[in-house]
Design a protein around this ligand. Structure first.
Ligand code: ZN
Length: 217
């Protein structure tokens, strides 16, 4: 008897996978169906069951097996081959389905102990609520904009088009990653209270595809 797994337990919530490359590759590839369809089909010899699996995927990983690649204070001892093998556990098609990839450098001790608390969570929450309201009024949350409405809702000016073309060429982005960048730039524009997506919003969205950059550079 098939039973619901972690992706179904995370239904309407967050699925957090720490140390992403430590998961077996076939398990990670299984995430592709629920990420696309918000449900998962489990086929057994005598039956096929479908469970709900609408979750927000959040995952964390190190830049390399030792964890110090790119660190300014500690030395990474991994060879390029080892790093490549580690990163390649996350397939291109899976990365394509993740909206935002972001590098988070280690926090220096001084900053950790600093007095500046930055922006509070409640301020950020207010910003998120306001941004979602803009999207709701438009008819779609940006992540759910259908392909047919994408060009209209995320229309770019000439300089935006040039920025996007350059990013796609240089990073060898897939059609899926291209669409995600457009949707994300729409969100950045919404947070900026801007009616149109500008080259600046687009350039910021491209920054949040750091694993595509690492993959292809
Ligand atoms: Zn390393």
């Amino acid at each position: 008897m098939a039973r619901p797994g972690e992706v179904s337990f995370a239904h309407n919530g967050i699925l957090f996978l720490d140390e992403l490359p430590e998961f077996p590759r076939n398990v990670l590839e299984m995430l592709r169906q629920p990420l696309e369809e918000n449900s998962i089909t489990i086929a057994r010899s005598n039956q096929s069951l479908c469970f709900p699996a609408k979750f927000m995927l959040a995952a964390a990983m190190n830049p390399c097996p030792c964890g110090f690649y790119g660190d300014t204070a500690r030395e990474c001892r991994c060879t390029p081959g080892i790093i490549q093998r580690y990163l390649s556990k996350i397939s291109g098609p899976l990365l394509d389905r993740i909206d935002i990839h972001i590098e988070v450098p280690a926090v220096a001790y001084k900053e950790l102990r600093g007095k500046d608390d930055g922006v509070s969570s409640s301020e950020i929450r207010d910003r998120v609520i306001a941004t979602r309201a803009v999207q709701q009024a438009r008819g779609y949350y940006n992540a759910h904009i259908p392909a047919r409405a994408l060009r209209k809702l995320c229309a770019l000016d000439d300089s935006g088009e040039r920025t996007l073309e350059m990013a796609v060429r240089k990073m060898g982005l897939s059609a899926r990653a291209h669409d995600r960048i457009l949707k994300l730039s729409r969100t950045i524009a919404d947070m900026d209270h801007a009616e149109h997506v500008s080259a600046k919003h687009l350039a910021e969205a491209v920054q949040y595809r750091s694993l595509d950059r690492n993959y292809w550079s």
